[in-house]
Unconditional design. Structure first.
Ligand code: NAD
Length: 506
């Protein structure tokens, strides 16, 4: 350990309402714009993670018995506190993630929308009731909490993705253990602090920072009843297989390669303006980032490139601390090298590099992990730049002849998170939305991220599990149904014993 790292602030865990900062292992948290460590993160051991699950388990009985309106009231207060402390949260995200403060505000806002949805828990958890299903018999189904649920989240949305999970899990009556990304852990700890200020009882929401050791402990612990995961596909698949084998309910959202089909009749100016933000915003580090433009016809490709080039040249790349920045660095040095490697491979495979951002230099930030926007034309489906999720500011152009060819290409891809079509043709758009094998589809909308009252989830290898995240699916995911049949005979006369299977309708 160097002398410099010893003076860095320590980021720990919050368990049972108490901050824990000691650990056997630590890892540095970096500012990607400077390449310098800004904090040391305590990495939870198996024993520490197990202890957090036990704390959450102990808090469950009282929390589950708390009236749903009181659980929702905590979320009302939490929403107000998130808005009050938005600056603090967004500055922490910008420092550790590298995205612009405006972009962080956007993600925080989408997280707050889920909190607002959770405020309607009383309505969402009403259940279903049937009176007189037989003589003197009523029946109903209700939603009961599962117990302790765990959330494991990625680096790219350190506030929004945890909020895709815990607000709904909590109002449904569960207690929660969150394992945030080790790259940008501060937003989760601020949210834990605000939940406590909002009146959430200690132990109901816990944050355990760490790496594989903490995750493995959560997946193995018998008191963890469900796991929500968001991250890369290989880890999503691993989490799904391990946790389901351990008897847990799992939703594991993975990676993506999102295609936009550009039709010959599209409004190209509107499409370019939308595509620039969707491809290069947040340095392409979004699971719904646009990474492939599928141009129907060579003329569309030529016109699109002619309009994209000046728009890309106008993108301002820099540190979040600088003003007027559109796009920050990528998350790590390794990620920067990986992204550049993909562009190198694309060129070696025969793609045409129309805009090269590999050698970008940001003044005053020589050690930052910057990659400028890259545009590759004449990409073909067997190239790694097309097959793999790059998770960086790289847009590939693939040329096809027909809409059907475009759709076959999208359907054949291993990922099925998001896609969109730019067109003025309602019939083509309707056919596309109906038939395409992708979970979230936009028409002239490049980032079709569903609002909080529609659930979010991809198809194919972009999601492992049956239920999507947030929205109506989250009520199903974070509860189990109990069906109750109840008889209160009014006469008090005992019924004749029946040996046939009970059948109230006949
Ligand atoms: P990641 O898979 O590396 O990490 C996600 C989480 O898993 C982190 O908390 C990490 O600590 C943990 N983890 C990593 N390796 C592990 C291992 N071997 N065993 C157990 N746990 C492990 O993902 P990331 O780099 O943080 O995030 C980027 C990825 O997330 C991209 O692939 C992106 O597409 C995806 N993502 C998907 C969605 C979606 O909704 N589908 C949303 C956001 C991000």
């Amino acid at each position: 350990m160097t002398v410099a790292t010893q003076t860095l602030p320590v980021i720990g865990h919050v368990v049972g309402g108490k901050a824990i900062e000691t650990a056997a292992r630590y890892q540095d948290v970096f500012n990607p714009a400077s390449g310098r460590a800004v904090a040391r993160l305590a990495l939870a051991s198996k024993a520490e993670t197990d202890a957090a699950v036990e704390v959450a388990h102990a808090a469950h009985r009282d929390w589950a018995a708390t009236p749903v309106a009181k659980r929702a009231q905590v979320m009302f207060r939490f929403k107000v506190l998130l808005e009050r402390d938005a600056d603090r949260i967004c500055q922490a995200i910008a420092l550790e993630h590298g995205k612009t403060v405006d972009d962080a505000r956007g993600e925080l806002g989408r997280g707050i929308e889920v909190v607002e949805y959770a405020c309607g828990a009383g309505e969402l958890l009403k259940g279903e009731h049937s009176k007189n299903v037989g003589p003197g018999i009523d029946a109903w189904s209700e939603f009961q909490p599962l117990g302790v649920v765990a959330g494991i989240t990625p680096f790219n949305f350190p506030a929004m993705v945890p909020m895709w999970m815990f607000p709904m899990a909590l109002v449904c009556g569960n207690t929660f253990v969150l394992k945030p990304s080790e790259r940008d852990p501060s937003a989760s700890l601020i949210m834990a602090e605000l939940l406590a200020e909002a009146g959430l009882p200690a132990g109901v929401f816990n944050v355990v920072n760490g790496d594989k050791e903490a995750v493995d402990a959560l997946l193995a612990h018998p008191k963890v009843k469900a796991v929500s995961f968001v991250g890369s596909t290989p880890i999503a698949e691993l989490i799904y297989k391990t946790a389901t084998a351990n008897g847990k309910r799992v939703q594991a959202l993975g990676g993506a390669k999102n295609h936009a089909v550009v039709m010959p009749d599209a409004d190209l100016d509107a499409a370019v303006s939308a595509m620039i933000g969707a491809a290069y915003g947040s340095a392409g580090e979004r699971c719904m980032a646009l990474s492939v433009a599928v141009c129907v016809g060579d003329a569309v490709a030529e016109d699109l490139i002619a309009k994209l080039k000046p728009a890309i040249a106008a993108i301002k790349v820099g540190a979040a601390s600088q003003s007027g920045i559109d796009m920050g660095p990528v998350i790590t040095k390794a990620s920067q090298e990986k992204i550049k490697g993909y562009v190198d491979a694309g060129v070696a495979d025969g793609a045409e590099l129309v805009v090269d951002g590999r050698a970008i230099a940001v003044e005053g930030h020589a050690n930052g992990y910057f990659v400028g926007p890259c545009l590759l034309d004449k990409v073909t489906p067997e190239m790694s730049v097309y097959t793999d999720e790059i998770f960086g500011p790289v847009l590939c152009i693939v040329r096809v002849k027909t809409l059907h060819e475009a759709m076959d290409l999208i359907d054949a891809h291993e990922f099925g998170n998001g896609t969109c079509i730019f067109t003025r043709d309602g019939e083509a758009a309707r056919y596309f939305t109906d038939a395409i094998q992708v979970g979230m589809v936009g028409v002239n909308v490049p980032l079709p991220v569903p609002v909080a009252y529609h659930s979010f989830g991809g198809w194919k290898r972009s999601l492992f599990g049956d239920l999507h995240i947030y929205g109506p699916d989250s009520v199903r995911f974070y509860t189990r149904r109990k069906a109750i049949t109840q008889r209160w005979p009014s006469s008090g006369i005992a019924e004749k014993t029946q040996f046939a299977f009970p059948n109230m309708a006949r």
